[in-house]
Design a protein around this ligand. Structure first.
Ligand code: FES
Length: 167
């Protein structure tokens, strides 16, 4: 028995082939666009040297600036951010200043009526020194924490991650 392909079958196969090719052409770029951030190396993956010496740190948080290169599509720019950094015994703690409510910048001792706390001026959010959000104020999560190290006496800031101090 011969295995002849009918004209109708040939047309079906051809249309399926062309259709699949066109669908792949549309779907693959969308998939790549969606997954790109997952595979992209973190611009801030390495420890970044700051201009602050370990000896300048005390038990009250101070602003420590750090710079890194950020790529937005074809445009590379130098970005300056800062962390609140303090000493806790022998440990050094670095906290993100970005409020976990809606992203405003928190200030250490920013409210006269709530000393020794981080204060967010946008909606009166408050955090303890270790970044723990104070119940009854808008933020529902602790301030993020940065990896921190000292190299040659200089404070270095690393990746940002969930706060491990606030319980
Ligand atoms: S953004 Fe900080 S309390 Fe709302």
């Amino acid at each position: 028995m011969s295995q002849r392909v009918t004209r109708r079958q040939f047309l079906n196969y051809s249309l399926m082939g062309v259709g699949s090719f066109m669908a792949a052409g549309m779907i693959l770029p969308m998939g790549r666009f969606a997954l790109d951030p997952v595979f992209k190396a973190d611009a801030k993956g390495d420890m970044i040297a700051t201009g602050v010496k370990e000896s300048e740190l005390g038990k009250d948080p101070i602003k420590v600036d750090f710079k890194f290169e950020q790529e937005d599509a074809w445009y590379t720019s130098e970005v300056t951010e800062f962390a609140w950094v303090y000493k806790d015994g022998k440990d050094i703690v670095a906290l993100s200043p970005v409020c976990k409510h809606l992203g405003c910048t928190v200030q250490w001792n920013g409210s006269d009526s709530n000393p020794n706390q981080f204060y967010c001026p946008c909606h009166s959010g408050r955090y303890e020194k270790n970044g723990k959000n104070i119940p009854g104020t808008p933020p529902l999560a602790p301030l993020d924490q940065y990896d921190v190290a000292v190299k040659g006496g200089i404070v270095q800031i690393g990746n940002k991650h969930e706060n491990k101090l606030a319980k």
